[in-house]
Structures are given as C-alpha cells and as structure tokens.
Design a protein around this ligand. Sequence first.
Ligand code: BJW
Ligand code: ZN
Length: 254
Amino acid sequence: MTVLSDLPELLRSARHIVVFTGAGVSAESGISTFRDDLTGLWSRFDVTDLATPDAFRRDPDLVWGWYEWRRMNVLRASPNAGHAAIAAMKRYVPKLTLITQNVDDLHERAGSGSVIHLHGSLFAPRCFACARPAGFADELPDEPEGGRRMAPPECSHCGGHVRPGVVWFGETLPQAALKAAFKAAESCQVLFSIGTSSLVNPAAEIPRVAAQAGAAVVQINPNPTPLDGLARFNLRGPSAQELPRLIENTWQKH
Ligand code: BJW
Ligand code: ZN
C-alpha cells in the first residue's frame, strides 16, 4: 500500500518530474477557474458565446472585450505560494518539465523559466485571418464585471481582426507543445497534476500516459476529479498550501 509518508522519498529519488497544472493553481492569485460551481467562469458566462471560433466570428467585440478583461485581471494579479513552490522544486530535481493549460503568465512571473503552454496565452494575440502575431490596443477595460464589448485591433498586415492567442474548443492544440508534453509524460518517474478538473482533452490524457508508462501520479486538488482512482497520491487541499508544505518536508528539512 502507498502511504503519504512515502512521497518525499519517491520525490527525492526521481530523475525527471513533470508538473502539469490547471486553473486551480492560479485560484489563490484571484484568477477565476472555469468549472468551479460558484466561482468558475462558466458559472457566469456561456462558453459557446466566448470560447469557440464561431463565437468570435459572430461577435468579435464581445469575445475580444471578455479576453481583454481577463488579461487585465492577470496583469493585476501576482503569483502565489504554489507557483513559487513549483519554481523552487526545479532547483532540487535533476530534470523538471512544467506543462500548463493556463493562459496566464504567473508561472513565468514566479521564476519558472521554461513553460509548455498547451492552451496558448492571453499575451500572444494573432490575426484571425492570416495568423500572423499581432499587438494589443493601448486601452484596457476598466470595469470589474467583464461585460464591455471592445473592438479587436486590426491586423497591420491584412486588416483582419486580431484574436486572443488561446486555444478555443474545437481547435487543435499547438503541436510542438503537445508533442513535448507527451514525450515528457512518457519519460518521467513522477507526474504532478495540480488544480485541474481533468475534463478537457487531449490535455487530460497527459497524466494517464505518464501512469501507463509507469510514473507515479500525484494529484493536488481540494475536490475530487476523474483522476482520483489513477493517482497514487491525492493531496486534498489548495495548491498554495499543499505545495510549499511538500517542498519543505521533502527537501528543506534534509
Ligand atoms: C484548485 C484550487 C486551489 C480550485 N488549488 N486546485 C464537444 C464540443 C466541443 C469540443 C468537444 C466536445 N467533446 C469533446 C470535445 C473536445 C474538447 C473537450 O475536451 N471538451 C470536453 C470539455 C468535453 N477539446 C477540444 O476542443 C480541444 N481541442 C481538440 O480536441 O482538438 C481536436 C479537434 C479539432 C476539431 C474538432 C474537434 C476536436 C481544445 C480544448 C481547448 C480548451 N480551451 C479552454 C479555454 C482556453 C482559453 C480561455 O482561457 O478562455 O482551456 S477551456 C478551459 O478548460 C481552459 C482550460 O485550460 C481547460 C481546463 O480547465 P482546468 O484548468 O482543468 O480548469 P477547471 O476550472 O476545469 O478546474 C479547476 C480545478 O482546480 C478544479 O478541479 C478545482 O477543484 C481545482 N481548484 N481551487 C488547487 N486553490
Ligand atoms: Zn492578418
């Protein structure tokens, strides 16, 4: 039987650790998750109006304004102790690969240098028509609720609408990022799945691939997920509390 006290020793002996994160890791920075009942974005907004290519075609101002509001919230937020603990962990293990579904930049701002972004970034807009990288307008929304329409900037090359650089439903993930993520999952000894509901594919396959290849999956989440049965360790709490405690117990008391 695997008991929680085995975890520090397992982590200390690992040569390659993968850390796979979702919206929950940024929750304690004040960034909304998607599917949490009361606080998640999808409890207040309709995903089909906002996070699909068709939604942007139908109403680009609604979609652009909503993403600019989210970008503003991220700009005003700071990384939390969970982001910091992940950056610190990199110093203790021979190899650490950080894979995130998040479109914020809080891992980077906490000091994690190289981050695989599976679902793109709020900070990499591109043209909806010709896909060239594009810039932002100077103006940011100022009201708290995220309801204001904003016309997207025009592409300086073709005049098309600039779109957020995120991966919407029905779109393929960036192929190089996805390939690197699966390769890391296949070769690690431990995979952390932190703050993700494990419902969105293909990202949700990553911990499963790691487990199939023999890695121990460690889940950190205050709530149950479909990964519970597969995870060898389930740490049921917020990541900004669980991660610093784990790092301390594993590496800093020795
Ligand atoms: C804490 C905590 C704390 C709280 N500490 N933890 C039907 C229609 C359309 C598509 C599909 C369909 N059926 C299947 C699909 C495929 C679809 C999919 O998987 N859908 C399922 C949801 C059903 N996938 C796709 O479409 C993907 N593309 C694809 O498959 O391409 C191939 C293809 C091509 C053509 C046609 C069809 C297929 C793309 C998926 C892109 C996902 N995009 C989003 C939005 C990004 C942009 C944006 O930010 O707006 O990515 S959706 C959203 O979900 C976002 C996230 O990255 C992703 C995952 O969410 P995450 O991170 O897990 O957050 P939550 O909120 O779900 O969970 C938070 C967790 O944290 C919870 O468990 C909490 O308990 C926990 N938590 N506080 C630790 N303090
Ligand atoms: Zn263009």
